[in-house]
Design a binder for this molecule. Structure first.
Ligand code: ATP
Length: 898
């Protein structure tokens, strides 16, 4: 049996896996992928297309329809039976196609959100989809990444892994690379391994893939992890509950209609069929499904605008957002940094005016006594940016900017590391706001360093105050001097007030390195070298997005790890902060009792020098005040706030895997403006769902009123079962679906956010359905009474046609909540126009195609009669236009009063 991976040395593990520290070649990786299959957990939960199709027939209402078909068949009503069966099949096919599209759309989105991994292929790092990893691949790890496969670690720099997914232990485990003696070790104790599905909480590392897909430890327990039923969105839940209640009410009404018909002396069988058809038609069985479809297809559309939705309810809740809390760097700014100003050797100014020295080999000897040269060298070598094949710098923009400055003066990390090899490091973390690299000092430099026996040079760079706090001296050309802290801080503040991000650089010499290299031991008693001021211009589109937020009643808030002065300058430029308004710092926030924060939180627009953990306090305080919060984040420590926020928003380009997994939405372009676009899209989707519900309920109400009132008015039941089913199928499907293509209303970003607890029936939707339904019934029954009075033989054809066409007039009128159709223009939703035209054509077919005359028991109408039905159908259209006119007048009055 093979020795367990954790008992093998890293060299043995590489040999067993027939790999090397340079990783696999692309061809070899391809071969192994074919042999081992993709690195993916099998998903057992998903329904296949057949199951999805069969599910369509499980619906209670379809069962009722089938029963209706059987009853009419038994009664010898062959045409009705065939028609009902056709309707059942059509219904199922339409439902299936929609659901399938929705599912595919969500699947595609989920795939886009799947994490990638960095693997060595042909000797250099490549971004590959995590599913393409194979045993033997060398994978690079850094804080925030999800471990993509099981790995035997080859390198671990203060590497800590959070293994809760596997072990349930939420404390991160410190990792190293030494082989372990015991064979039988619990997963959590195998310190030289990292397992798929866990994530890197801290540090960097490298490992060789030992297992992928179902062969991983996670794969072994995957069956237990299979997520069961997908969570429904609040709207879906509410509508499903409403649908059930309505179904009950409808059944009662149908009972009454049936009884009233019998009392009037209608034929019992016909009355039974009528009641059943009415039940089928009036129960909005499609409602929850339609919401899913609208949300899923909306989500697919949003991805084209760079907003990738991970959790479906987000689409719906976007419309309720009242606060957008955004990071600064990269979201509100371009994250394209350049060093503009610097302070070194006691002089402060624009970099090109400081006369910084060009690097020459000979300069190396005097390096430790020449602050400007040592400053540039520190920027170059205490830096993780690295050039790609074309020489372009890759890495964190702050670091690439510093590396680019050093490169301008002839210093590169690659060259300098030959002189100052890196032996250890304390990676950057946004809590301490600095990082340290430790380098072996060659004897030549050590001798002039000022410390007898110096063997190591520790270079620390980070936020200006963090450095000044930790420094005691400063290196000037004239030698070491005590640090004038206030003067240095004043220089940093000056740069920050111009909107620059200010980093300080310092060093410390060591003869012997301490046994425990921690920030506490290494980042103290520093000697300052200088400051660098980096410009990161605000995004142009961000200012417009901030303006839109304002008009839409959404408050934008900036939360940044940067200096308060830098934050203030950028926030002013973007109009997030009004002149004179203050900035709250992380320190002030930490000192604030929760009650104080809750009292003040609504007025605070900018938080600076905030640790990621504090974002959680801000979200909580805002939520306590009843707000709906969208919060951006990119780091590991942002995850709790992202989860807690109503909409957690992760960065697609710069975000860590962990932040992405915690979020409901990912910005593919990291851009603040994209959040605002998503809010607009979310509002539109919600509006359209409302329009859909309005249309469906009103149609149903029209049918119910008609059939319910007819007997009470002493009229025969105006419609045959087939007519009711036809209206349910044709008018309800095409125009209703086309409503989801309705463009956003022009005032969509001029109104306040929707209250999250607002019912979908708010703003008079329920009342609309009831009274417009009543108008429909009045028109239909009035026409019936008049035609029967005049003894017209074609009365039923006309009544059927009016009820159908009325729906088309109605759908056109409800395209906008308030705006009139004449203002909106017919061409702004061509889908709907086409749907109305097709439905109109189909209705004409039921009147004029001889075969259909038999099916629908209709007779061809004369042009005059047809003209009259069209005119009468317009009544509802006019009534709803009037309703909107009243609403518009009311809104105008309200606006005037404000
Ligand atoms: P924002 O919150 O606006 O997006 P950010 O997330 O970039 O900003 P952090 O990454 O937490 O903020 O950085 C906080 C501070 O740490 C910065 O202002 C800077 O002074 C310092 N800093 C950032 N990157 C580095 C780095 N690579 N090395 C050393 N210090 C850094």
């Amino acid at each position: 049996m093979q020795t367990p991976w954790h008992c093998q040395t890293s060299d043995d593990a590489l040999a067993t896996l027939i790999s090397s520290p340079a990783g696999l070649t692309r061809e070899e990786a391809g071969r192994r992928l074919a042999a081992h299959g993709p690195n993916r957990l099998q998903d057992k939960g998903r329904r296949g297309p057949l199951a999805m199709l069969l599910d369509q027939f499980k619906d209670f209402m379809i069962v009722v329809l089938v029963a209706a078909a059987v009853i009419s068949g038994a009664l010898g009503e062959a045409v009705d039976t065939v028609a009902i069966v056709a309707i059942v099949i059509l219904n199922a096919v339409v439902g299936f196609v929609q659901e399938y599209r929705a599912e595919k759309a969500m699947e595609a989105l989920q795939q886009m959100a799947a994490p990638a991994a960095v693997a060595l292929r042909d000797g250099s790092p490549h971004n590959v989809p995590a599913t393409d990893l194979v045993p033997g691949d060398i994978v690079l790890l850094e804080a925030g990444r999800v471990v993509p496969a099981d790995l035997r670690l080859l390198e671990a720099a203060t590497l800590k892994v959070e293994e809760a997914a596997l072990t349930g232990e939420s404390e991160a485990v410190e990792k190293d690379t030494a082989a372990l003696p015991e064979q039988e070790l619990a997963v959590g104790d195998r310190r030289n391994m990292a397992y798929k599905g866990t994530f890197i909480a801290h540090g960097r590392g490298k490992g060789v893939v030992t297992a992928t897909g179902m062969a991983t430890e996670l794969g072994k327990i995957a069956a237990m992890l299979q997520e069961t039923a997908e969570a429904k969105t609040p709207l879906q839940k509410r509508l499903a509950a409403f649908g059930k209640r309505l179904a009950m009410a409808v059944l009662v009404i149908c009972g009454v209609v049936f009884a009233a018909g019998l009392l009037r002396g209608e034929e019992p069988v016909r009355m039974l069929l009528t009641a059943i058809s009415l039940a089928v038609a009036a129960i909005p069985e499609a409602l929850p499904a339609v919401v899913t479809i609208a949300l899923a297809l909306g989500a697919r559309k949003m991805v084209r605008q760079s907003a990738l939705v991970r959790k479906l309810p987000a689409v719906e809740t976007l419309g309720s957002v009242t606060y957008i809390c955004s990071d600064k760097t990269g979201t509100l700014t371009l994250n394209r940094m350049t060093v503009e100003e610097a302070q070194v050797d006691g002089r402060c100014g624009r970099v090109d005016e400081l006369g910084l020295p060009r690097w020459q080999e000979s300069a190396a000897t005097g390096l430790m006594q020449r602050p400007p040269a040592l400053f540039l060298a520190a920027l170059a070598v205490s830096n993780d940016a690295h050039p790609d094949k074309n020489g372009e710098l890759l890495g964190d923009p702050t670091e690439t900017a510093l590396a680019a400055l050093a490169a301008r003066y002839g210093l590169t990390r690659g060259e300098l590391e030959k002189l100052l090899p890196r032996v250890a490091e304390l990676p950057f973390d946004s809590e301490r706001k600095c990082m340290t690299t430790i380098h072996r000092l060659p004897a030549g430099l050590a001798s002039q360093s000022g410390l007898a026996g110096a063997r190591f040079l520790a270079l620390t760079k980070g936020a200006a105050e963090a450095l000044t706090e930790r420094a005691v001296t400063v290196l000037l050309a004239s030698g070491l001097q005590p640090l004038d802290r206030p003067a240095l801080l004043a220089a940093a503040d000056g740069m920050a007030a111009d909107g620059l991000r200010v980093l300080g650089v310092g060093y410390r010499l060591w003869a012997e390195l301490p046994a425990a290299m921690t920030p506490e031991t290494m980042e103290t008693e520093l000697t300052m070298l200088g400051l660098a001021g980096l410009l990161d211009p605000p995004r142009q589109e961000a200012a417009e997005a901030v303006r839109l937020c304002r008009s839409a009643g959404i408050r934008p808030v900036m939360i940044t790890g940067d200096h308060p002065a830098t934050a203030r300058a950028i926030a002013r430029r973007l109009a997030i902060l009004a002149d004179g308004a203050g900035v709250v710092t992380g320190r002030e926030l930490a000192a604030m009792p929760p009650a104080d924060l809750a009292a003040r939180v609504e007025g605070i627009r900018v938080y600076a020098r905030v640790a990621p953990e504090q974002k959680l306090d801000i979200v909580r305080a805002l939520q306590e005040r009843g707000h709906y919060v969208a919060m951006t984040g990119d780091g590991v420590n942002d995850a709790p706030a992202l989860k807690r926020a109503d909409i957690g928003v992760a960065m697609g380009l710069t975000g860590t895997d962990v932040s992405k997994e915690a979020s409901a939405m990912i910005l593919l372009d990291d851009n603040f403006a994209t959040i605002v676009k998503a809010v607009r899209e979310g509002r539109k989707i919600y509006d359209n769902i409302r329009k859909f519900v309005k249309y469906l309920l009103t149609t149903n109400a029209g049918e119910i009123w008609t059939l319910f009132l007819a007997p009470f008015l002493g009229l025969p039941i105006p419609l045959l079962p087939i007519h009711i089913l036809w209206i349910n199928l044709v008018t309800d499907s095409l125009p209703a679906l086309a409503l989801s293509a309705e463009p956003a209303e022009s005032d969509i970003m001029d109104r306040p956010p929707r209250r999250p607890d607002e019912s979908i029936f708010a703003h008079g939707l329920g009342a609309h359905a009831i009274w417009v339904g009543l108008v429909m019934a009045a028109v239909v029954l009035g026409l019936e009474a008049w035609l029967l009075n005049t003894g017209a033989a074609h009365w039923q054809t006309e009544v059927f046609t009016v009820l159908c066409l009325t729906q088309l007039g109605h759908v056109l009128a409800i395209r906008s909540e308030e705006q009139s159709l004449f203002r909106q223009g017919l061409r702004s939703n061509l889908f709907l126009l086409a749907a109305v035209a097709v439905t109109f054509g189909l209705q004409l077919a039921t009147i004029y195609v001889p075969f259909l005359n038999q099916v629908f028991r209709t007779v061809p109408l004369s042009p005059a009669d047809l003209g009259m039905t069209v005119l009468l159908s317009g009544v509802v259209f006019v009534a709803v236009e009037l309703e909107k006119w009243v609403k518009r007048r009311r809104s105008r009055r309200r606006d005037a009063r404000r």
